[in-house]
Design a protein around this ligand. Sequence first.
Ligand SMILES: Nc1ncnc2c1ncn2[C@@H]1O[C@H](COP(=O)(O)OP(=O)(O)OP(=O)(O)O)[C@@H](O)[C@H]1O
Ligand SMILES: [Mg+2]
Length: 259
Amino acid sequence: MSKRIQAKDVDVYYGKFKAVEEVNIDIAPRTVTAFIGPSGCGKTTFLRAINRMHEVLPGAYVEGELLLDGENVYGSGVDPVSIRSQIGMVFQRPNPFPTMSIRDNVLAGYKLNGTKLNRADSDAIVEKSLRGANLWNEVKDRLDKPGSGLSGGQQQRLCIARSVAVSPDVILMDEPCSALDPISTLAVEDLINEMKEQYTVIIVTHNMQQAARVADKTAFFNIQGIGKPGKLIEYDDTNVIFNSPSNQQTEDYVSGRFG
Ligand SMILES: Nc1ncnc2c1ncn2[C@@H]1O[C@H](COP(=O)(O)OP(=O)(O)OP(=O)(O)O)[C@@H](O)[C@H]1O
Ligand SMILES: [Mg+2]
């Protein structure tokens, strides 16, 4: 079930270094939101704060409130592992487990959280997840072959299947197409369009055309200088951000004057 993500005055630190400052954002369910902005402005850092992947680094922490349908993701007694199963993540480089079969890659989330499935249930999850990732027809006859035997674009769709297999509410994608050719990129973009019926999707991208193609809303982050924290500058409907932004920094960035 797709859920709302809200950040209230969120700061994200690596030890003493504040990498992201005062993010306030309200992301509705069943939407695709693009995070854009120059390198180093904190897109990945903020994304990883949303599902508590940030805190696995020594000294890294988050201040402020992050809410998933109104519930504090960082509340006391909240298990980060359960947060990460509700808020899935897809990385820049496809990272299937190379020696695992395609089937076991899809089921990896269940193995990790110790859920035992019988054969019928696991078959159903594998098929549903691979269909959901637009990959079923390409792999249904070789489910027991290693995931590493797929093309880059297929591997990325396999990673998407792995993240949807555990029925998350939100899917975070950090530049999911940056290692893919144009055809595979379009396949993943088509998939993102379909995914928003079931999930809240956030995608980091450096590709403005991609943001314009897939995102309902766009958030522009910027940084004022080296060593300064990144900030959310403007968040609005994608066509507003690209055609009539209200902030001059946004205008300069989307028109290619920097970054
Ligand atoms: N593990 C880390 N330890 C310390 N500082 C880090 C770490 N990871 C990132 N940073 C710093 O945090 C800031 C934000 O980095 P981040 O990776 O979030 O930027 P980004 O917007 O995703 O950039 P890009 O577009 O290049 O991926 C940068 O100054 C970066 O050097
Ligand atoms: Mg990044």
